[in-house]
Design a protein around this ligand. Structure first.
Ligand code: ATP
Ligand code: MG
Length: 388
C-alpha cells in the first residue's frame, strides 16, 4: 500500500484522485472477475477511465488489421459520442495511427494539425488534445484506449501511466473472453464428434450386423423346414440356436437404442424417457409435463442427462428410488433428478458427468450437482429453449 501511494505521489496524484481511480479500477475488476459480457466491460472501462482522467471524450478501439480499426465503446460529455461498431481507416497523422505503428502510448497536445477521418470528426467536436494507450493482449497489440479533451491545458503528464492501469484490466477481460470462447468451441466440437460417432455406430449396427443376423435367421428357418421327420434332436438343437440368435438380435437392438435411441427421434422426449424408466433396474418416479416437440439437440441432451443419472444411481449410488422431473416451458427445459443413494458423486472420477457438462454448456445451459456423502444425489439441469 505504501508503495502504491508512493507511486501515485510520483505520478502527481492527490489522495482524492487516488481514491477515485482505485474505486474505478475495482469496479472494472469486479466486472472482469464476474465474467460479464465483453461489451459491458468495454463500456465501463471507457466511461470510468474518462471520469477518472477528466476527459471530455473517450473511445476504445480494436485493431482489425494494419489498415483498420473498429470502435468498441465511446463516451462523451460534449455532444454525441461516435457510434459503436464503426470501422475507421488507420490513415493520417493521429494518435491511433501512431499506436498502430509503434505499439506505444501516444499523445497529441494540439489537434490543429492532426489528419485522418476520425481526427477530422474529433476536431469538429472541439477536441484539442488527446492521449491514448495500447491494449496488449497476450503480447499482441489488440487495440487502444483514448482520452480527449476540449480544453486548453494539456492532459496531465501521468495520464499515460494511469491509462495503462485501465488497459491492463481490459487486456485481462479480452484474454478471459477469448479463452472462454475457445473453451466453448472445443466443448461443442467434442459433443458433435461424439454424436457423429454414435450415429455412425448405430447405422453400422443396423445396416451391418443386424441385417446379417436377420439373414442368418432366415437361413436357419429354411434349414429347419428341410429336416426330415424323426430327427428330433437335430430339430431341438436348431430351435435352440434360433432362440440364441433371437436373443442376440434383441441384445443388439438394445445396444443400438442406447447409443442413439430411435424412439427419441420418432416420438420425442416423453416416450423415450418412459422407456428409460422402464428399463432402469431401480424404480423411477417419472414426471414429464406435456409439451410440444423440442429441437433435436435439446431432446438428445435431456435424454442423455436422464440416462446417465439413472445409470449412475444404479451403478454407484445403490439407490432404491430415483425421482425424475422434467418441466418444459417456452424458455427452458428444466430437469431435476434425485436419488436416495450413497451420494459422493464426483465428475472428476469418470467421463459420464463431464460429458453431460460439456453437452449442457454447449447448449448454453446450466448444470448443478449436489451429492453430499450419505445423502443421495441431486442433479439439476436447465437448457434454454431458443426461438423456434
Ligand atoms: N448417483 C450417484 N451416486 C453416488 N455416486 C455417484 C453417483 N453418480 C456418480 N457418482 C460417483 O461419481 C463418479 C463419476 O461419475 P461419472 O458418471 O462421471 O463417471 P462413471 O459413471 O464412473 O463412468 P462413466 O459414466 O464414464 O461410465 C462415479 O465414479 C461415482 O463414484
Ligand atoms: Mg456414469
Amino acid at each position: 500500500m505504501a508503495l502504491l501511494i508512493g507511486a501515485n505521489v510520483r505520478r502527481g496524484m492527490d489522495e482524492h484522485d487516488h481514491v477515485k481511480e482505485h474505486e474505478a479500477l475495482r469496479l472494472v475488476a469486479t466486472l472482469v472477475a464476474r465474467g460479464v459480457p465483453a461489451e459491458e466491460i468495454f463500456a465501463a472501462v471507457t466511461e470510468q477511465a474518462a471520469a477518472v482522467l477528466d476527459a471530455d471524450i473517450a473511445g476504445l478501439m480494436r485493431f482489425e488489421s494494419k489498415e483498420e480499426m473498429t470502435t468498441l465503446a465511446t463516451w462523451s460529455r460534449i455532444g454525441e459520442p461516435a457510434p459503436v461498431g464503426v470501422r475507421w481507416a488507420l490513415e493520417g497523422d493521429n494518435i491511433s495511427a501512431e499506436i498502430a505503428r509503434t505499439g506505444r502510448p501516444a499523445r497529441r497536445d494540439s489537434y490543429d494539425s492532426a489528419t485522418g477521418p476520425l481526427a477530422d470528426i474529433s476536431r469538429g467536436l472541439g477536441v484539442r488534445q488527446g492521449v491514448a494507450a495500447p491494449v496488449v493482449v497476450n503480447g499482441e497489440l489488440w487495440g487502444l484506449l483514448a482520452m480527449f479533451t476540449a480544453r486548453e491545458q494539456p492532459l496531465a503528464p501521468q495520464t499515460e501511466a494511469r491509462l495503462a492501469d485501465f488497459t491492463d484490466l481490459l487486456a485481462t477481460a479480452v484474454a478471459n473472453a477469448e479463452s472462454r470462447n475457445e473453451l466453448a468451441a472445443s466443448r461443442a466440437r467434442i459433443v458433435a464428434a461424439a454424436d457423429d460417432a454414435r450415429r455412425r455406430i448405430e447405422r453400422d449396427l443396423h445396416d451391418g450386423a443386424q441385417q446379417l443376423l436377420v439373414s442368418v435367421g432366415l437361413q436357419l428357418r429354411a434349414a429347419e423346414a428341410e429336416i426330415p421327420p424323426g430327427l428330433n434332436t437335430l430339430r431341438q438343437a436348431l430351435a435352440k440356436a434360433m432362440q440364441g440368435l433371437a436373443d442376440a438380435q434383441s441384445e443388439l437392438q438394445k445396444i443400438a437404442r442406447g447409443i442413439h435411441p430411435a424412439i427419441l427421434a420418432e416420438g420425442g422426449l416423453t416416450p423415450a424417457l418412459k422407456t428409460l424408466a422402464r428399463r432402469s433396474p431401480i424404480p423411477v418416479a417419472l414426471a414429464v409435463a406435456p409439451h410440444a416437440r423440442l429441437p433435436e439437440q435439446l431432446e438428445v441432451a435431456a435424454y442423455y442427462v436422464v440416462s446417465e443419472a439413472l445409470t449412475n444411481a444404479a451403478k454407484h449410488g445403490g439407490a432404491s428410488l430415483v425421482n425424475v422431473d422434467v418441466q418444459v416451458s417456452d424458455q427452458a427445459v428444466k430437469i431435476a433428478i434425485g436419488d436416495n443413494g450413497s451420494g459422493g458423486a464426483d465428475p472428476a472420477k469418470g467421463s459420464g458427468l463431464i460429458g453431460l457438462m460439456d453437452r449442457v454448456a454447449t447448449l448454453g445451459g446450466t448444470f448443478a450437482i449436489d451429492s453430499p456423502p450419505g445423502a443421495g444425489t441431486d442433479l439439476r439441469v436447465e437448457l434454454p429453449v431458443g426461438p423456434a
